[in-house]
Design a protein around this ligand. Sequence first.
Ligand code: HAM
Length: 418
Amino acid sequence: MKYSAPRGTKDILPTESRMWQIVEDKFAEVCRRFGYQEIRTPTFEQTDLFARGVGDSTDVVQKEMYNFEDKSGRPLTLRPEGTAGVARAYIEHGLASMPSPLKLYYNISAFRYEKMQKGRYREFHQLGCECFGSEDATADAELISLLRIFFIELGMSHFNLEINSIGCPECRPQYRAALQDFLRPLLPELCEDCQSRFETNPLRILDCKNDHCHNLTQDAPSPLEYLCPDCQEHWDQLRQLLDNYEIPYKINPRLVRGLDYYTKTVFEFVSDAVGSQGTICGGGRYDGLVELLNGPHTPGVGFALGFERLLLELENQGVEFISYAAPDIFLACLPEYRVFANSFCYRLRSAGIYAEADTSGRSFKSQMKQANRLGAKYLMVIGEDEVDSGSGMIKRMSDGEEFKMSFEELVQFLLTGN
Ligand code: HAM
């Protein structure tokens, strides 16, 4: 039987993993600059955490979760996203007693049983941030500025930020009612999904991907017209901050997001490159989530970035990373000097240099080929003279120029580049 990776999953091969590491390292580094500390939570949680946190009526909970029972019959779920688990950990470990706001970041795999498409997987990866303890729009703007710096430092030249406010439990019921009034006469013409969302989650009708539904709802009322004074002030402050930071954005009154916990700010970074799966990153404020999960009243705001979609966008914008690191030096030798070459290789590696030597009994000629294939920057041939004198010639592979030096000098040369 020929095995293959399960549908919707993807192997990250050595040719790609370097790129993943660069993106992960940059994200961690930018997060640290903003005071975000890493949190790691389990890959699976109690099913009820997501049903409650993400919301019973969402597509994620209704259709997409990988639910299972363990051998003791406990209902568990592979996490479809990171926020609920992080909020659970925040409550469980009393993190509210840590200096506030508490800023956490994560790098996780997540699981959703979705139809496969470009940029859409069943196991995918998210880089995310969650900030607990500030209800001020400055925390929202800080996260957006973090993302912008991250994108720029990765080499991206353009990105589209869309923002909206969907109000709070105070003002959303009025908006929901107005939206339902608008939608009611259109109901027979809307798709089945939208018809079933009408009672449970009418806001989601606004981001239905069906063109017909989209066109029919063009003139739907905007949540921005129904904000209570508190939400209005928050919304005004967010826009002022973004203007002040000179971060361009588009107001998209139809942006509602697919998860139930959002209040006030919602935002997305969208790309034209990722096809219909254009959202690279989504986030927003969730001031009621911690309380909903039986924790203390704690405002929160965060985002998650789809790793695979970000890589598609980087490719689209022509951002290139070196796919693997080339050896600083390759030590080629005749068979009788293999032990010496490998022990010298070990010395160089101990000194912090990426050195390679033959470990599989290759002929001298095929070692030279190997040095070329790996893209070694320098080559040194180890033979009797080199072993006796403790020195040798190294050849710069890019132009063939040769330099004579002792082994000690070689270490310095490779470490400092001269
Ligand atoms: P989300 O919009 O469901 O939000 O997912 C965030 C990002 O994950 C999406 O914008 C997309 O890039 C990526 N993504 C989602 N599903 C898939 C998939 N099937 N295949 C590939 N990529 C995917 C959340 O998950 C929230 N927890 C974000 C958040 C954090 N809000 C506040 N804090």
